[in-house]
Design a protein around this ligand. Structure first.
Ligand code: GDP
Length: 424
C-alpha cells in the first residue's frame, strides 16, 4: 500500500498531526522534498515536537523513516533536531532513520546567499525563510551541489571544495561584497555535522523497492501545500520544490511506483504565510477572530498569518492537482463560536465570475465572492463520531465535500492525537 499525505492549500494545514496519527498503520514514512524551511507540529503523549527535516514517523517506535533524494538537507540543523528528540527520549538510530545518498546537502553558504539576497532586496524582500533552500536547489540544477553520498569518500569530497568555494566567492565576495567563505571552514562543518550521518546513508531506491516487494506499506509525507509547488503553485511565491503527490515516488527514489491513495489535508478555513496573492484574505474583525481562535501566528517568527474563509476555488484546484482520493479536514474546532461561516464560492476577475483557479496577473486581480453558512457555538473537541457534532458542523462538512468533489474521510477537531473523527 502506497499512500501520500499532502497539503491541499498553502501549507500549515496540519499535515504533521495527520501523519502522526496515521503513521502507526505504515511500516515506512518517507519525506520526498524540501528542507528545513517549514515545520510540522506534532503533539502526542511525549510532548510537543516541531519537525523540520525528520519524517513524522520518527515519533513512532516501529516505523522506519526515510529522507528521500528530493530533499535538501542542512546537516547541522538535522544534527540539532536529532539531538533534541533524543533528549526527549525518542530513539533515533540507523534502524529507524535512513537518508538517501542522492539527497542534496544544504551548505552554510547557501544559507548565507539566501540572507545576502533578502537583505539586498530590502523593502522588496521575498519573504524567504533564509534557510538556503532556493540557493541550494539552484546549485542542484547547476550540477554543482554536494550529495549525502559524497560524504562516504571524504578525501575526494574535500578535493572538490576549493573549486566550489572559488565559484561561490565570485558571488559572495565580488557580487555582494561580503567576506569570502573559506575552504577550511566548510570542510570542518562537513566533518562535524555531515560525517555524523554516515551510518544513516543508504541507497533508497534499493531499500524502498525491496520494501515494496515485501508488501510493506509506505506513507509519503509532503511539506507545504499545492499552492507552494514550484510548478503548480502561485509562482514565484512558492517553495523551490515539487510538493505535490505525483512527485512522491520520484523524490523518494522509486519513480516507477504508483500511489494507491492520496490523502489531501485541507483546513476548514484559509491561512497563508508571507507574500503573494491570497484572494480569500479578510482584513476585518471577522478575520481577526479567526486568527485568534486558530492561534494563527508563525511558529518560528510569531508573525500573524493572513487568514480568510474556506476558499472553494483554490481548494478544488488543490484537490485536483494532488489527485486526492480522500480528504482530512482539519481545525474544524476553530470555527466554533462563529455566528456564520465565511466561504469563498467563486472569484471575480474584471467583472467576470471565475470558478477555475486562475494564474499570474489574473490571480492578482481576483476578488473573492463570499457566501455565509450557518455557524455553530458548541465546543466540538470532544466529538469522536459524526453524530456528536452539531447539525451546522455536519452540514458544513457535507457542503465542502461537494464543493471540492472529494469525500472527507477524517475530521480533526483538535491538535492532539485522539481529537479526530473517522467518517469511513
Ligand atoms: P503542517 O505543516 O501542515 O503540519 O501544519 P503546522 O504544524 O504548521 O500547523 C498546524 C497547527 O495546527 C499545529 O499547531 C497543530 O498542532 C495545529 N492543529 C492541527 N490540527 C488541528 C485541529 O484539528 N485543531 C486545532 N485546534 N489545531 C490543530
Amino acid at each position: 500500500m502506497l499512500v501520500a499525505i499532502v497539503g491541499v492549500n498553502w501549507g500549515d494545514e496540519g499535515k504533521g498531526r495527520m501523519v502522526d496519527l496515521l503513521s502507526d498503520e505504515y511500516d515506512v514514512v518517507v519525506r520526498y522534498q524540501g528542507g528545513n524551511n517549514a515545520g510540522h507540529t506534532v503533539v502526542n503523549e511525549k510532548g510537543k515536537f516541531i519537525l523540520n527535516l525528520l519524517p513524522s514517523g520518527i515519533l513512532r517506535e516501529k516505523t522506519i523513516n526515510v529522507m528521500g533524494q528530493g530533499m535538501v538537507i542542512d546537516v547541522e540543523h538535522l544534527f540539532h533536531e536529532v539531538e533534541h528528540l533524543r533528549q526527549s527520549g525518542i530513539n533515533i538510530s540507523p534502524q529507524n532513520l535512513k537518508i538517501s545518498d542522492q539527497a542534496t546537502i544544504c551548505l552554510p553558504f547557501n544559507k548565507l546567499l539566501d540572507e545576502l539576497e533578502e537583505d539586498r532586496l530590502g523593502a522588496n524582500k521575498f519573504g524567504s525563510t533564509r534557510r538556503g533552500i532556493a540557493p541550494v536547489y539552484s546549485d542542484k540544477y547547476m550540477k554543482k551541489a554536494l550529495r549525502m553520498g559524497d560524504l562516504k569518500d571524504f578525501v575526494k569530497l574535500k578535493s572538490k571544495l576549493p573549486s566550489l568555494v572559488e565559484w561561490k566567492n565570485l558571488l559572495i565576495e565580488k557580487g555582494y561584497g561580503h567576506a569570502p567563505i573559506k575552504v577550511d571552514e566548510l570542510a570542518k562543518w562537513l566533518e562535524q555535522f555531515g560525517l555524523y550521518f554516515l551510518p544513516y546513508i543508504i541507497d533508497t531506491t534499493a531499500f524502498l523497492s525491496s520494501m515494496i516487494k515485501e508488501n510493506k506499506s509506505l506513507m509519503f509525507e509532503a511539506q507545504l501545500g499545492t499552492l507552494r509547488d514550484i510548478d503548480y503553485g502561485i509562482y514565484p511565491f512558492t517553495s523551490s520544490s515539487n510538493t505535490i503527490a505525483s512527485y512522491a515516488p520520484i523524490g523518494s527514489g522509486i519513480p516507477f511506483a504508483h500511489l494507491d491513495e492520496t490523502l489531501g489535508i485541507m483546513k476548514a478555513y484559509s491561512t497563508c504565510v508571507g507574500a503573494g496573492p491570497f484572494v480569500a484574505e479578510m482584513f476585518d474583525q471577522e478575520g481577526d477572530n479567526l486568527r485568534e481562535a486558530g492561534h494563527e501566528y508563525g511558529a518560528a517568527t510569531g508573525r500573524p498569518r493572513r487568514v480568510g474563509g474556506f476558499d472553494i476555488v483554490a481548494s478544488r484546484y488543490g484537490v485536483l492537482i494532488q489527485g486526492a482520493t480522500a480528504i482530512a479536514l482539519t481545525k474544524l474546532d476553530v470555527l466554533s463560536g462563529l455566528k456564520r461561516i465565511p466561504v469563498v464560492v467563486a472569484y471575480e476577475v474584471d467583472g467576470k465570475r471565475i470558478d477555475f483557479f486562475p494564474k499570474g496577473e489574473e490571480l492578482e486581480r481576483a476578488k473573492p465572492i463570499y457566501e455565509y453558512l450557518p455557524g455553530f457555538k458548541e465546543d466540538i473537541s470532544k466529538a469522536r463520531r459524526l453524530e456528536d457534532l452539531p447539525l451546522a458542523a455536519i452540514s458544513y462538512i457535507r457542503y465542502l465535500e461537494k464543493a471540492v468533489a472529494c469525500p472527507i474521510q477524517y475530521v480533526s477537531v483538535g491538535p492532539s492525537r485522539e481529537e479526530y473523527i473517522k467518517l469511513f
